[in-house]
Design a binder for this molecule. Structure first.
Ligand SMILES: Cc1cc2nc3c(=O)[nH]c(=O)nc-3n(C[C@H](O)[C@H](O)[C@H](O)COP(=O)(O)OP(=O)(O)OC[C@H]3O[C@@H](n4cnc5c(N)ncnc54)[C@H](O)[C@@H]3O)c2cc1C
Length: 458
């Protein structure tokens, strides 16, 4: 068994395929995940004791989920798997973890970050009312605990997850009051040539839409979100939007799921000092990696949605590829044929990714249109008006300065859900591009954690 201490963070599709490749090459990686079970986001396993079958849980992706779970079950005893363990900080060569409130450190020679992505959110007036969830949160409630977020649910935002989660709710028998997409139909059609890079996936997407129409769910594209209506005591009562025809539409509901595709989880890479780059297609900062997953910091690698949002199939390929990159750097033999095939497969998936970005653009213009009273940072309850004031009154046109003056991004989420929209508000107020206002630096702890004082062995 080779001796380098290799740590993988994230037991999703990327992390599992990476661990599998390293194990096959004679290494025994440590695989850490904050979840209690393996599978990551898409192939999230239900809690022990739940008995829903694969088809119910994963739909068209059931065979892929089973394949990944089976692979993991074969690996589990041969690697050093540490579930229920959050990596909350790092220093060169060492990770700081917390498991059930107890602190532990893990040393590494090579670190592979397979940390996935989370919801990308744009504020709307009233989104702090009880009953407003992220799309991912709505899906996790259904997938993990088989519950709906409300009795009558509106899905609003943009991106493939919008239609996917709405159709999963319909399939589960929930009452879906409407699907409200900010991207216009013309964008969907314009993106078809790129989306045809993966015709099977495009067809699956069209089938989802057909399912929604068959179930008579009102689907509106090209809408402008105006307000989540309701009050502090009873929560959400409706969603108000402007339709593509310019009419105001109120859709009654007691819960709303919001989301605009995904944003990569890059905080650990940021703390490791890895270089970031601005991705024009999605309009957000991504981790800079080479084609195989090497970051700018020697010994630190990344794969899957945490470095480039290309979906689960790509994450599996990227996991294998990054393992091969590490093996090569450790002067171990790699299968050059497999590496080239994997690269080619990823290039096709990249084309599809660009198609998705074109079909479902991030609605940056909404930040400009937000009323001053709309809350941008829900943890600290900072409004768009307060944020604009730090630009106009303090001249804070860089996001970290604006954070210091306003507290946007200083709360429990550490800016993971508000910093991108906050940057758009600052950019619009300052009259510059969002790239110019920069990105919020990662801070430890990267996620909320509770901690006891004594040390525990892993
Ligand atoms: C909420 C959500 C729902 C999605 N639903 C679908 C869907 O239904 N269909 C679909 O095709 N795609 C879906 N996607 C996209 C899909 O999940 C990803 O493309 C795919 O899972 C990427 O695989 P990955 O291995 O890169 O990351 P993930 O599968 O996200 O795995 C990352 C893992 O890293 C762990 N992790 C992250 N940070 C830390 C840390 N600091 N310490 C310890 N562990 C950590 C997480 O717990 C997670 O298990 C969804 C994405 C999200 C965010």
């Amino acid at each position: 068994m080779a001796t380098a201490r290799i740590v993988i963070v994230g037991a999703g599709p990327a992390g599992i395929r990476c661990a599998e490749t390293l194990l096959a090459a004679g290494f025994k990686p440590i695989l850490i995940d904050e979840n209690r079970r393996d599978g990551g986001q898409i192939y999230r396993r239900q809690p022990q004791g739940f008995t829903r079958n694969y088809a119910t849980l994963y739909g068209t992706e059931a065979h892929k989920a089973r394949d990944l779970h089976d692979s993991f079950d074969r690996l589990r005893g041969a690697i050093d798997y540490r579930p229920d363990t959050l990596v909350w900080n790092l220093t060169p060569g060492q990770l700081c973890c917390v498991k059930q409130g107890k602190h532990t450190t893990v040393d590494y020679d090579a670190l592979i970050l397979c940390t996935g992505a989370t919801d990308r959110l744009m504020p709307i007036e009233g989104w702090q009312l009880a009953g407003t969830y992220s799309l991912g949160g709505a899906q996790i409630a259904l997938k993990s605990q088989a519950v709906s977020i409300g009795h009558r649910v509106v899905f609003m935002g943009s991106g493939p997850l919008l239609y996917l989660v709405a159709s999963q709710y319909v399939k589960a028998g929930a009452n879906v009051a409407g699907v409200l997409d900010t991207s216009p139909l013309s964008k969907h059609i314009g993106a078809l040539p790129k989306l045809l890079a993966r015709p099977g996936l495009l067809f699956t997407g069209m089938k989802l839409l057909a399912q929604l129409y068959r179930a008579k769910i009102p689907v509106h594209s090209g809408i402008q979100p105006l307000q989540v209506l309701g009050d502090a005591s009873s929560g959400v009562s409706a969603v108000r939007v402007r339709t593509a025809k310019g009419e105001t539409l109120n859709v009654e509901c007691d819960a709303v799921a919001l989301g605009y595709h995904l944003r990569p989880e890059t905080q650990l890479a940021d703390l490791a000092g890895c270089r970031m780059r601005f991705d024009e297609a999605s309009g957000q900062w991504w981790l800079a990696v080479d084609e195989e997953g090497r970051t700018s910091v020697s010994g630190v690698y990344a794969a899957g949605d945490g470095s480039k949002i290309r979906g689960a199939d790509a994450a599996e390929h990227a996991g294998r590829l990054v393992a091969m990159a590490l093996l090569e750097d450790l002067h171990q033999p790699v299968n050059a044929g497999l590496r080239d095939e994997t690269r080619q497969a990823l290039a096709v998936m990249d084309q599809f990714r660009l198609g998705l970005a074109q079909a479902f653009p991030w609605p940056a213009e909404q930040a400009k249109a937000l009323p001053d009273t709309a809350i941008v940072c829900r943890c600290e309850m900072i409004s768009a008006g307060e944020l604009r004031a730090v630009v106009s009154e303090k001249g804070a046109c860089e996001v970290n300065r604006a954070k210091a003056f306003s507290r946007v991004g200083m709360g429990r989420c550490q800016g993971r859900y508000c910093s991108q929209a906050g940057a758009e508000v600052i950019a619009a107020a300052a009259g510059v591009s969002v790239q110019q206002v920069g990105r919020q630096r990662g801070q430890a702890p990267v996620k909320p954690l509770s901690m006891l004082t004594e040390e525990v062995s892993p």
